[in-house]
Design a binder for this molecule. Structure first.
Ligand SMILES: [Zn+2]
Length: 87
């Protein structure tokens, strides 16, 4: 599964925001949940995988496409992360 197919599975375009991804994921997860009548475990599974991939993509900054890195400090650790939003 590529990141662009993951958006297609969720019924979104690759320019979707993380909140769009979350909303589509919640809707489809409820629809395909195996415990529900008419649920589909295979589709449910691919929605979960698509969500993870699409979320990783959606979190990346749309301005610099994640080419810029930002220093992220947590406790004693400091790591360089891909940019999530240019300010
Ligand atoms: Zn950026």
């Amino acid at each position: 599964m590529t990141s662009s197919t993951s958006f297609t599975i969720l019924g979104l375009t690759p320019s979707a925001s993380p909140s769009d991804v979350k909303l589509a994921w919640r809707k489809l997860s409820t629809l395909y949940h195996p415990d529900k009548p008419g649920g589909d475990p295979v589709k449910f599974d691919s929605v979960q995988k698509a969500y993870e991939l699409a979320m990783n993509h959606a979190k990346v900054c749309k301005v610099c496409k994640g080419t810029r890195t930002v220093k992220f400090t947590q406790g004693f650790y400091s790591i360089n992360r891909r940019c999530t939003s240019c300010k």
